[in-house]
Ligand binder design. Structure first.
Ligand code: GTP
Length: 519
């Protein structure tokens, strides 16, 4: 994953990943707007007046060759054309002074190379480009290299980078690729390098050239333009100057502005000189220049109107994040609950709420393996209501259902040890598994259940109803080769004997033993 510079404070770069999330973006904007605030103060006159272009002529500087020095002496001052309204990068202030980051770098190089500089005032960047093309000036301190400009300019290596962004009205989905909005009217500074680059890359793009960022941003606010394209620092600076809180930076574009010094290409020696001087810009130099323009000054009185909405947005985003985390937590716990419910439903008999046959068979298999290892007696009781068909026929299926629910409730109440499993095995047939290794006691409790059911008061339309149950109990220490089905068949056989013996009784059989007639 590549990193793009989202904010640049001298050599100390604040980088965020290519897929910039909203949080780093918000932080980036906060910093940039704060930085733009500093720029505004400078434009308002915080910076002491300086000569039209700073720099002392130290002809014979050790950095340049004799040929370079001779050239500079012979040609006289280098004439600069600049963007008159592009703070914090560069501007011409009302006193006619060239100010901004470009001015400071230019002054630095003038001192080092012994350059004499002279500003050629223009009213716009387009005019500056025209004038250097016409050779009315010699150098552009800050310019991006493009194919068409290369026809009349030479460029040094880039020495300043700034992210490209789009500003739109109100919240928009985050724009990552200009192609997403290329068919809508987009403002861009007239004559800017990206006009050429975007037109070549997105043939149908609807670019509207404007003469200043503020003009473009105002058109966005009034709905005439969908968005304004430009570098982050300039847009942030203009938004601050306009005291605008309705427009948003809603996209970071892949192209960053890589700014170089440009010079007329009919005098290539000029580019050689600038290239040598640009190469001398050290990390410390860059930091000193940028610090002056990127200083973060927070004065609540002055910045309140701008900072307050930003702090509000950051607060809202934090709340949104917390809400989202809580929402996920709720969703997860609901999911866990519904999984648990599904599992339960998978195990439960819908009518009676006891375990179902599926679960019982699993449980029995597990219990048999355990009892086999421990040499413990396992007891399986099969219980079948007597003459239930008759009951249904006489009282109706609904009452039959109600009885089944009541009987299973009684069963669960009486057999609720951890070692016991009660399940409805089918129709009016129930099973109880006992794993505690004491079948005698289990048999006694089964008998108590049989009696309790018989005594259970059931009434229907004033008529007393009595239900009885037959129970077959099979007891054995599971041996190798025993399967759950064998155990159940044995229990069923004993139940059959109980039915044959007249119903309403318990019959018990233990492995290697004959059927007992009681317990
Ligand atoms: N109400 C109700 N009846 C059921 C349900 N499942 C099975 N039955 C009934 O249970 C009765 C079982 O009848 P049989 O198998 O002949 O047994 P029985 O009448 O109980 O006779 P013995 O078992 O020999 O004493 C049938 O009438 C089934 O319809 C159920 O979920 N609800």
């Amino acid at each position: 994953m590549t990193d793009h510079v989202c904010g640049d404070r001298g050599e100390e770069r604040v980088t965020i990943p290519d897929r910039c999330g909203w949080m780093p973006m918000a932080l980036g904007w906060w910093l940039l707007l704060a930085f733009a605030q500093a720029g505004a103060s400078v434009a308002a006159g915080d910076v002491p007046d300086r000569p039209v272009v700073e720099g002392s002529a130290q002809a014979g500087s050790y950095l340049l060759t004799e040929r370079h020095r001779q050239y500079l002496i012979q040609r006289g001052p280098l004439r600069l054309c600049v963007d008159p309204d592009w703070l914090p990068f560069e501007a011409i202030n009302p006193a006619g002074v060239y100010i901004g980051i470009g001015a400071d770098f230019m002054a630095l190089l003038a001192r080092r190379g012994g350059l004499q500089l002279e500003l050629v005032p223009t009213r716009s960047w387009s005019e500056s480009l025209t004038r250097i093309r016409d050779r009315d000036c010699d150098v552009l301190p800050l310019a991006m290299k493009t194919p068409s400009r290369s026809e009349y300019l030479d460029f040094t290596r880039p020495y300043l980078e700034t992210p490209s962004v789009i500003a739109t009205l109100g919240p928009q989905p985050f724009i990552r690729d200009l192609a997403e909005v290329a068919d809508r009217p987009l403002g861009i500074m007239a004559g800017f390098s990206f006009v050429e680059i975007y037109r070549a890359r997105y043939p149908g793009i609807h670019l509207v050239e404007v003469s200043s960022y503020e003009e473009g941003l105002t058109a966005v606010m009034e709905g005439e333009l969908f968005g304004m394209l430009g570098n982050m620092a300039s847009i942030a600076y203009s938004l601050q100057r306009m005291r605008n809180t309705e427009l948003r930076i809603s996209g970071r574009l892949i192209d960053d502005s890589r700014l170089s010094m440009a010079s007329r290409n009919d005098e290539p020696v000029l580019n050689e000189i600038l290239e040598i001087l640009v190469a001398t810009i050290s990390a410390g130099d860059r930091q000193r220049v940028l610090n002056q323009w990127y200083a973060v000054r927070i004065d609540m009185d002055e910045n309140g109107p701008i900072l307050f909405p930003l702090v509000l947005v950051a607060g809202l985003l934090s709340i949104l994040l917390i809400f989202w985390a809580y929402h996920l937590y709720l969703r997860n716990s609901m999911l866990r609950q519904s999984n648990a419910r599904l599992l339960q439903q998978n195990r439960q008999d819908a009518l009676t709420g006891t375990f179902n046959r599926l679960y019982f068979d699993e449980r029995l298999q597990h219990a048999m393996a355990l009892a086999r290892r421990r040499r413990l007696k396992l007891a399986v009781a099969m219980l079948d209501l007597d003459h239930f068909k008759q009951f249904n026929d006489h009282h109706g299926h609904a009452l039959g259902d109600q009885c089944l629910r009541q009987i299973s409730g009684l069963m669960r109440d009486m057999f609720q040890r951890e070692t016991e499993t009660v399940a409805r095995y089918g129709g009016e047939e129930f099973v109880i598994l006992s794993e505690d290794g004491s079948p005698e006691q289990f048999a006694r409790r089964l008998e108590a259940f049989r009696q309790a059911l018989k005594d259970m008061p059931l009434q229907y339309e004033g008529e007393d109803i009595q239900l009885t149950v037959s129970i077959g109990l099979w007891v054995a220490v599971p041996s190798i080769g025993d399967r759950p089905a064998d155990f159940m068949r044995q229990a069923d056989d004993v139940l059959y004997e109980a039915k044959a013996a007249g119903r309403d009784c318990l019959r018990r059989r233990e492995r290697e033993e004959s059927v007992s007639t009681g317990y």
